[in-house]
Every structure is written in C-alpha cells, then in structure tokens.
Design a protein around this ligand. Structure first.
Ligand SMILES: Cc1cc2nc3c(=O)[nH]c(=O)nc-3n(C[C@H](O)[C@H](O)[C@H](O)COP(=O)(O)OP(=O)(O)OC[C@H]3O[C@@H](n4cnc5c(N)ncnc54)[C@H](O)[C@@H]3O)c2cc1C
Ligand SMILES: NC(=O)c1ccc[n+]([C@@H]2O[C@H](COP(=O)([O-])OP(=O)(O)OC[C@H]3O[C@@H](n4cnc5c(N)ncnc54)[C@H](O)[C@@H]3O)[C@@H](O)[C@H]2O)c1
Length: 467
C-alpha cells in the first residue's frame, strides 16, 4: 500500500512535534511517524527526570550547611533510594502524559507508530506501508553512544535510557564522560550517597573551554567527588558481577557504570543513504541552519539529529522553522538565537554567546569576578564560583559569558538577553541592581571593562547617565 502526503515528519520528539504544530496550520495531508517510545527524550529520559533527581539531591545536600546555620538534627536525615527513584519516575510520568495527551493520543491515522526508512528520495517504508511525501522533516533525535566492547557487560552498563528505570540506588557508580550528563547525574547520585567516580579523557569538563573557569569548576566539583581527567576509560569484568574501571594508572571496582560519552544522530536507522543527500565529514547532511533545509532538497532536518545545538529550546526552534518551511512555497530564513548552554550541576556551569575558543582575543576585553565574597551567595552558603564576561574592545558590546556560579542559570539568561539586545557594558552597568542579589556579581566586572576599555571620558561614576 502506498499513501501520498504533502509532508511526512519522522520522529515525534520535541523537534518533530514543534514541526507538526506548524505543518497542520497549512495542510491536513501530513503524517507523523515514530516507532520508538513516545513522550520525547526530554520528558522521558532527559531534561525532566534528570532535573527531578538533581532537585532531590540538592535538597538533601543542603543539610551539610545546617550546623553552620545553627540548625541541629541534619545528620539524622537519610535517603530512601527506592522512594527517591519512585518520585523521579512519578514526575517523569506526569511530564510524559502531558506530552502524549497533547500530541499523538488523538491524532488517529495521521500518527503511524512504526519506524520510517528511506527507500528512495521522497519514499519511506513505514512498517507494512509506503509513504510518498512531497516534503519530509527528519527529526529522529539521537541515541547514547556505547562502545561495542562494553555491551558485553549487560545490565551493569547504564545510559540515560536505563538509569531512570532503576528501582534502587547502586552502592557505587563510575561515570564515564564528564560532559553535561556526567556532571549533572554524577553529582546528583554522589549527593544521594552513591560512591561516584567521574572520568573523562579530556582535561576539561562540561565543554568549558575558558581555562580559568574550567580550572575553578574542576576545583569546586572535584572537592565533592573524585574526578579522573586526561585518560580514556576502560572496563573489565571483576568478581561478583562487579566491573573494574580503569583510566591511566587509576582503577576502581564498581557496581554500575554510567556511560555518557555523547549521543549519535539517528540517521543510519532512517536509511539516510537512500534519501539522495550527501553526508559531510561529520556524517550529517549539509543543511542551512536558518531554514533547516538540506541542500536544495524537499528535506528538512531539526533537533538533535543534526548534532548542532542539542538542547531543548533549539530543538523547538528548529522544529518550528522546519515545519514552516515544509509547507512554504520557498523556504524562509530565520535568525538563530544567541547560544546558551547550562549544566545543572551545583554551582551551574554556563556558556553564553561566544566561547573562549571563538573569541578574537586581540580585540576582546575579558574581566572576571570570583564569587567567594559575594554577599548574597555568602548568606546562601553558595559562595563558590567564577564569572567571566567577554566584550568587544572597540564597541563595548557584550559578546559572551562563561561561569561556574550559584543560580548561574539565571545569570546566564540575563547575559544572553543582553547580547540579544546588543547592549554595551556601559548600558548594562546603568541598569538597576538590587541589593543583595546574585546579579550584583556582574557590576564590578562591567565597571572594570568600562575602565579598561576607556568607555567613559569623564570622572563621573559610569553607573550614572547624565540627562
Ligand atoms: C539526560 C539528558 C538530560 C538533558 N537535559 C537537558 C536540559 O536540561 N535542557 C535542555 O535544553 N536539553 C536537555 N537535554 C537535551 C534534550 O533532551 C534534547 O535536545 C531534545 O530532547 C532533542 O529533541 P529531538 O526532538 O531532537 O529528539 P527526541 O526527543 O529524541 O525525538 C526523536 C524521536 O525520533 C524517533 N525516531 C528515531 N528514529 C526513527 C525512525 N527511523 N522512524 C521514526 N521515528 C524515529 C524516536 O523514537 C524519538 O521519539 C537532555 C538530554 C539528556 C539525554
Ligand atoms: N543541561 C542540559 O542542557 C543537558 C543535560 C544533559 C544532556 N544534554 C545534552 O545531551 C548531550 C549528550 O551529553 P553527554 O554528556 O553524553 O555528552 P557530551 O558530549 O556532553 O560529553 C561527553 C564527554 O565524554 C568524554 N569521553 C568520550 N569518550 C570517553 C572515554 N572513552 N573515556 C572517558 N571520557 C570520554 C568526552 O571527552 C566528553 O567530555 C549533550 O550534548 C547535551 O546537549 C543537555
């Protein structure tokens, strides 16, 4: 059986569902295809269950500051692992149900619960049937990478596809890969009483390329749990079902290993080789990030599958752009937003706008502040971190920020929105800063940049603007 449609969307994850929202405004001749578990990676095994676990871990960790604040009895608190995991699963189920009830649940035959594979350009095999589509949106997401030799260790090896299904906390856990997932989940499990060892082949963690921020992050996070950096990890079977994990001359026996060494785009399983496109050196079709169109074909690629900005708000934007263009006469180009990446470790790691390695250092002003003496952070018992801003030397416009900071998620948004508005450091310092708030950390950095950049010519305070 062959069915003809205007648009086929491969993948009912976040990018696919956002594309669907745009496509269905213009045509009812579409299908959404997904043969995997529904509910989106974000809600099922990603953003949401990870943040639920982190919240519980932070709440429990807070007891370590109680004695300093004069609160007694903190040491009698304990974690009931199965209850913690059940609470995470309950929250996860709420988020998944919310997605399903507003998407695939009531789509009837327009939703096909099968995997799609290209047979030839424009033609998909979907279970028993064939779908011929004038335009196709590829939004098939990504899958955790596990090196083949590690697959023999079965259930002892976990990825984020399995870890939220656990019924009890492991006694010990090696976390291989200290990118975003490794730092977030490694710290959370450690704070819940699991003996965690973090390992990364690089000397940097969480994609932080600013050397001072990276050094500070390693110092702060490494005080809580051991971080083995600079050597790739290897795994061997040990006695009693345990695993021996080694990196360089270090080695440890653990109950479980969390492998978080990146995610691979789901392109092979959609038969991309039959889609009539060329793959670039990264194994991804060349596409325009402003239209999401692949070459000049009636094909659009959105979300984690293109490997570019694998975070939720970008998957949403890319899905919308792909959806709009899949039903447009000619593709429209959209401005992409200033990059923002947050690792929800405590303190948060945040990258905004241009990163260290993207800067033209000759023409960039760089100033930073250590957060040890920041009033509000001290009161919160969270006075650890380093915040650094980058601005253009000639115009004074903010270019980027990098930080390890308490509640850095909010400071990161603030800095991102300043870049979006093309604000200069002088305009920024003239905004109100309430007292005592974490945002006050930014003031001395801005003032230093204003002086170093020579942006005020008189001896009046730069914070005040003459009428
Ligand atoms: C542990 C973890 C924590 C995260 N935390 C955050 C966070 O805090 N903030 C943030 O912004 N981002 C976070 N992310 C990233 C975010 O979840 C992703 O960027 C986002 O979910 C990607 O959406 P997507 O639509 O591209 O992919 P997905 O939601 O994975 O959707 C892809 C869909 O395609 C389907 N599919 C695959 N192959 C086929 C095929 N051949 N035919 C049909 N269907 C197919 C799959 O079944 C799947 O349903 C996290 C990710 C992980 C793993
Ligand atoms: N807060 C968020 O926005 C959030 C949270 C979690 C995940 N995510 C998304 O999920 C994606 C995948 O996350 P991830 O943490 O799996 O990947 P990642 O790319 O962030 O980090 C992988 C790390 O593994 C290391 N590595 C690779 N092979 C290794 C080996 N053999 N031994 C030791 N280290 C090794 C790499 O050096 C790298 O630091 C991220 O790109 C991110 O966008 C986002």
């Amino acid at each position: 059986m062959e069915q003809e449609v205007e648009v086929a969307i491969i993948g009912a994850g976040s990018a696919g569902l956002y594309a669907l929202g745009q496509v269905r405004r213009k045509t009812d001749r579409y299908v959404l295809i997904d043969g995997g578990e529904l509910g989106t990676t974000c809600a099922r095994v990603g953003c949401m269950p990870s943040k639920a676990l982190i919240q519980i871990a932070e709440d429990f960790h807070r007891r370590t500051i109680f004695p300093r604040e004069g609160i007694e009895g903190g040491d009698t608190l304990s974690v009931e692992g199965p209850d913690v995991l059940e609470h995470v699963q309950d929250l996860r189920d709420i988020f998944v149900d919310k997605v399903l009830s507003s998407s695939t649940d009531d789509m009837g035959e327009k939703f096909i619960p099968e995997y799609a594979q290209f047979i030839e350009p424009g033609l998909l095999q979907v279970g028993e049937r064939r779908i011929r589509a004038k335009r196709i949106v590829i939004a098939s997401g990504s899958t955790p990478v596990i090196p083949s030799p590690w697959k023999q260790f079965g259930d002892s090896i976990l990825t984020t596809d399995e870890i939220f299904e656990l019924e009890k906390l492991p006694e010990s856990l090696a976390v291989i890969g200290l990118g975003v997932i490794g730092l977030e989940l490694g710290q959370a499990f450690h704070r819940l009483g699991v003996k965690v060892t973090g390992i990364d082949q690089l000397e940097t963690i969480g994609h932080i390329d600013d050397p001072d921020i990276n050094k500070t992050a390693i110092q702060i996070l490494g005080k809580e749990m051991p971080l083995w950096l600079g050597q790739a990890a290897d795994i061997e079977q040990a006695a009693d079902g345990r695993l021996r994990v080694s990196a360089g001359d270090k080695s440890i026996e653990v109950e479980k290993v969390l492998v978080c060494i990146g995610r691979r785009p789901n392109l092979e399983n959609i038969g991309i080789e039959n889609a009539g496109v060329k793959l670039n050196a990264k194994g991804i079709p060349d596409y325009n990030p402003n239209t999401m169109q692949i070459e000049d074909k009636p094909l659009f690629i959105a979300g984690d599958v293109n490997g570019d900005r694998p975070v939720l708000h970008e998957a949403a934007d890319e899905g919308r752009i792909a959806g709009i263009n899949a039903v447009a006469e000619t593709p429209m180009a959209f401005r992409r937003k200033t990059p923002l990446f947050i690792t929800f470790s405590d303190p948060n790691l945040v990258l905004v706008g241009k990163t260290w390695s993207q800067l033209d250092h000759e023409n960039t002003l760089i100033s930073s502040v250590a957060l040890g003496m920041l009033g509000r952070a001290l009161i919160m018992g969270r006075n650890k971190g380093l915040l650094r801003l980058y601005a253009d030397k000639s115009t004074g416009k903010l270019l980027g920020a990098s930080m390890i900071a308490p509640h850095g998620e909010h400071l990161g948004h603030l800095m991102n929105w300043c870049i979006e508005q093309e604000l200069t450091v002088l305009q920024m310092v003239r905004m109100p800063f309430y007292h005592p708030v974490l945002e006050e950390a930014i003031q001395p950095v801005l003032r230093e940049m204003i002086v170093n950049g020579g942006f005020v010519k008189d001896d009046l305070p730069p914070d005040l603007e003459r009428r």
